[in-house]
Design a binder for this molecule. Structure first.
Ligand code: PEP
Length: 251
């Protein structure tokens, strides 16, 4: 069954102590509150194990923001999916536009990472989305289709069903410009359509597709009210417990 999810991508923000404090504040804010969606936080890798510890006993799941493309070995500075799994985290964000743009991540690399994440029993949150020039040239459907196909369609239906998808128009990330509810719905429905063509209607119906890009307490309700928007991947607004709570409570 399809699940609504609100996931916070902290990016490269917060010291270890600040991150644990934010996670603890969130845990306390969520205690005793009726939560109608899955809640995930993605702290920097150095904080993941401590945040797992801090949120124990709560509904909060913990995600890494990336993992290595290799299984193990002489790859200085890299952190494997297995290592992430060993911290108690349950998710890994993959293919974020910042990884694609600044670190040269291709669909092939993202696909390899998805494979490793799944092999270690973790849930990949796989991002895709067009840049402004592509939207202005009305190429956004083509771009999104190839990104989804190239990174996510070489898997069995069972494995695809374990992924969370996140549509993140790059022009809306960290810019304060949000896709309108209609723009988000249009692409989400399109993505669900191509998933249905590839894996069938049931897999498509069950697939969680998040929206990301300047989602905040003021626009979350309208975005999430779309039939094909199953929650959000939240950057800036996940750094304050009150804002993130308000987005969670938009469901
Ligand atoms: C993100 O980076 O995934 C994101 C959606 O950022 P923001 O909410 O800050 O636009």
């Amino acid at each position: 069954m399809r699940k609504n999810v609100v996931a916070g991508n902290w990016k490269m923000n917060k010291t270890l102590q600040e991150g644990v404090a934010l996670a603890t504040e969130l845990k306390e804010a969520l205690a005793g509150v009726e939560v109608k969606c899955g809640v995930v936080v993605a702290p920097p890798l150095t904080h993941v194990a401590s945040v797992v510890e801090a949120v124990k006993g709560s509904v909060i799941g913990v995600s890494a923001q990336n993992c290595a493309e290799k299984e193990k070995g002489a790859y200085t500075g890299e952190v494997s999916a297995e290592m992430i799994q060993s911290t108690g985290a349950g998710f890994v964000i993959l293919g974020h536009s910042e990884r694609r743009e600044y670190y040269g991540e291709t669909s092939e690399i993202i696909k390899n990472k998805i494979q490793l994440v799944l092999a270690n029993g973790l849930t990949p949150i796989v991002c895709f989305g067009e840049v402004l020039a592509q939207r202005e040239a009305e190429k956004h459907f083509d771009v999104v289709k190839s990104q989804v196909q190239e990174a996510m369609f070489d898997f069995s239906a069972a494995d695809f069903g374990k992924m969370i998808l996140a549509y993140e128009p790059v022009w809306a990330i960290g810019t304060g410009k949000t896709a309108s509810a209609d723009q988000a719905q249009e692409i989400h429905a399109f993505v669900r359509g191509i998933v249905a063509e590839k894996y069938g209607k049931q897999v498509a119906d069950d697939c969680t597709i998040l929206y990301g890009g300047s989602c905040n307490p003021a626009n979350a309700k309208e975005l999430f009210s779309n039939p094909d928007v199953d929650g959000g991947l939240i950057g800036g607004a996940s750094l304050k417990a009150a804002d993130f709570m308000a987005i969670i409570q938009a469901f």
